[in-house]
Design a protein around this ligand. Structure first.
Ligand code: PLP
Length: 360
């Protein structure tokens, strides 16, 4: 027996984990600096950790109130109705739920290239077809309405990422409005704001008041430091918010995840510290890496280093894990996540040492 033809579905290539690399190298995971998955180098905040502890004894029952509470809290935060908040297992879950709600077999989506691979994967899981729009390195990966519209051909879903992973480039809010007005009525714009906390630009969520073809995805994995718990959400227009009930996997967002997310939303200090460190680190990376880099609105910086796979392997042997961007179609670039004020300079030194060796 065989599964269906999965040849169009390529496995997600994550940044390598510290434990995995430590095992390979015979090192202690504590000696590694992991800057490959854009995680929060401070981890979760103390309030979230406390909530996780407190929730432990109750995980024998299915989640109920926590999910409702989180939806309501996020709705109040963003000034939308609770129905407009789709709480999901990670923002990846929100991308999936939108695919479930919008794609008929054979429908096409339009995704950025380079870009986050899960847009394409999710569409294909749901029997959709994938087209791409190019973000050009020669143009510093700039994102404008024209970059998208030149490739647009009536697709059912168009994915926008701002700040963009892995380039860091942003899409101006006016450009999102232009796109929402330029595309056909049946086209949904998904604005992925996984790194929204790190930018100075406002969220696109308030566009939902006037545009029923825009949805925004956000996550607790990045700035809130809860990647291991898998909590994210979509914010959708009121007009079709009720589709959630029909596409939601029962109890998909866990009790521990929702409780931790609720606590994290009240922990302004941790978020402020996180964002401040990331903004400092991305400036530090840009000023001190001996390689061309791009301006970033996220908690990472893209750097052109020549042979990215060789450079990433060499830094890893010295305990610094960065993301080789070959799987994004950028075989000459690495993406370096923002670390702490201690780990970032050490990582830069290691990367620069490797670059100096590779170049001689
Ligand atoms: C990390 C990331 C996500 C979502 O991550 P989850 O852990 O599933 O919430 C979504 N989009 C982009 C561009 C990302 O980098």
């Amino acid at each position: 027996m065989q599964p269906r033809d999965l040849s169009e579905l390529s496995p997600y290539v994550p940044g390598r984990g510290a434990e995995e690399v430590a095992r390979d190298l015979g090192m202690d995971p504590g000696d590694l600096t992991k800057l490959s998955s854009n995680e929060n180098p401070h981890g979760p905040g103390p309030a979230a950790v406390e909530a996780i502890r407190e929730t432990a004894p109750t995980v024998g029952v299915y989640p109920k109130a926590s999910h409702t509470d989180l939806g309501e809290k996020l709705a109040a935060y963003w000034g939308v109705t609770p129905e407009q908040i789709w709480v999901t297992p990670g923002a990846d879950g929100a991308l999936d739920y939108l695919s479930r709600a919008f794609l008929d077999p054979g429908d096409r989506v339009l995704a950025p290239d380079p870009g986050f691979s899960y847009y394409r994967m999710s569409a294909r899981y749901h029997h959709g077809e994938v087209a791409t729009y190019d973000l050009s390195k020669a143009d510093d990966f700039v994102q404008t309405p024209a970059t998208v519209l030149d490739a647009y051909d009536g697709e059912r879903i168009v994915y926008l990422t701002t700040p963009h992973n892995p380039t860091g480039a942003e899409l101006a809010r006016a450009a999102i409005v232009d796109l929402a007005e330029a595309v056909a009525d049946r086209t949904l714009l998904v604005v992925d704001e996984a790194y929204g906390e790190y930018t100075e630009s406002p969220s696109a969520i308030d566009l939902l008041d006037d545009h029923d073809n825009v949805a925004v995805t956000r996550t607790f994995s990045k700035a809130y430091g809860l990647a291991g718990l898998r909590v994210g959400y979509g914010v959708v227009p009121e007009a079709w918010a009720d589709a959630y009930a029909r596409v939601n996997t029962p109890f998909a967002a866990s009790e521990v995840g929702c409780r931790a997310a609720l606590a994290a939303l009240d922990d302004d200090d941790h978020l402020e510290r996180t964002v401040e460190t990331a903004r400092w680190a991305r400036t530090y990376l840009r000023e001190n890496l001996d390689a061309p880099t791009w301006e970033s609105g996220g908690n990472f910086v893209l750097a052109a280093v020549g042979d990215a796979s060789a450079v990433a392997e060499a830094t890893q042997r010295r305990g610094v894990i960065v993301r080789d961007c070959s799987s994004f179609g950028l075989p000459d670039c690495i993406r370096v996540s923002c670390g702490t004020r201690e780990s970032t300079p050490r990582a830069v030194e290691t990367i620069n040492d490797v670059l100096a060796e590779v170049r001689t």
